[in-house]
Design a protein around this ligand. Structure first.
Ligand code: SF4
Length: 241
């Protein structure tokens, strides 16, 4: 079962990929200030128990963590230690974290982290070449048990070759959604696919985004079709062939 857990909400725009941030777009509809980072009522969700004493989140769930903020955002530095403790307590769950602040990985890291908790996947995003060249050399050296690279929203062609090795479990690529979405070009997607095939790293084309260019033609793609259109391209690679 998949669960969303947002211990805090709000974030600060940081790089090109943040321009049309989903959190900002959604909050704007309700007049909320996304730039203010606040704990949510779900702060303790993984350790909350039902009346019968069982955890509310059942063992085996995948917990998508901090998807309305950035796990490593500065404002949460004093809370993150608590959250790491909850994550350690629930070693029966898998916590999936995506960040644009991998350079802040060591801030509030628990003392028993070692080579990484086995129940934590930390994904580093790289939307363009400059962010790939800044974040991925840092990411490569970090003690993390499960690593994935996310190129989304993909804004240009990216050379990932120096960063792809057996420690990267998957590369995910996707375009941008929303009414102001920037173009995602299929050639960029294919190029990353080819790099993954060369390096035998699993590749997943997650979604096309709202404005997708293929053979110099730009297509507007409805939100509900963006995943299925990507699947139709049939270019996912399991890293083994
Ligand atoms: S880091 Fe993520 S959540 Fe924060 S502003 Fe950028 S896109 Fe939004």
């Amino acid at each position: 079962m998949d669960i969303s857990w947002n211990p805090w909400h709000g974030c600060h725009k940081l790089s090109a990929g943040c321009q049309n941030c989903y959190v900002y777009r959604t909050d704007a509809k309700y007049g909320k200030n996304s730039n203010e980072v606040k704990q949510t009522g779900d702060y303790n969700l993984p350790i909350k128990k039902a009346r019968n004493g069982d955890y509310k989140i059942k063992a085996g769930a995948i917990v998508y963590t901090c998807f309305t903020s950035d796990f490593f955002v500065e404002d949460a530095d004093l809370w993150r230690g608590d959250v790491w403790r909850m994550i350690r307590t629930r070693s029966d769950l898998t916590f999936f974290i995506i960040t644009k602040r991998i350079d802040r990985f060591y801030v509030s890291l628990p003392p028993d982290w070692g080579t990484g908790y086995d129940n934590v996947v930390i994904c580093c995003t790289a939307e363009n070449q400059s962010m790939a060249d800044f974040r991925l050399p840092i990411y490569k050296k970090l003690p993390i048990a499960h690593k994935m690279i996310i190129c989304s929203p993909l804004l240009e062609s990216i050379n990932l070759m120096p960063y792809l090795d057996h420690t990267i479990e998957k590369v995910t690529v996707g375009g941008e959604s929303g009414s102001n979405a920037r173009i995602c070009d299929y050639e960029w997607v294919l190029d990353i696919h080819d790099q993954c095939v060369k390096k035998r790293v699993t590749f997943w084309f997650q979604q096309t985004g709202a404005r997708f260019r293929k053979a110099n033609k730009i297509y507007s793609i409805e939100r509900k079709l963006q995943h299925s259109q990507a699947k139709k391209a049939n270019i996912n690679f399991d890293g083994t062939k």
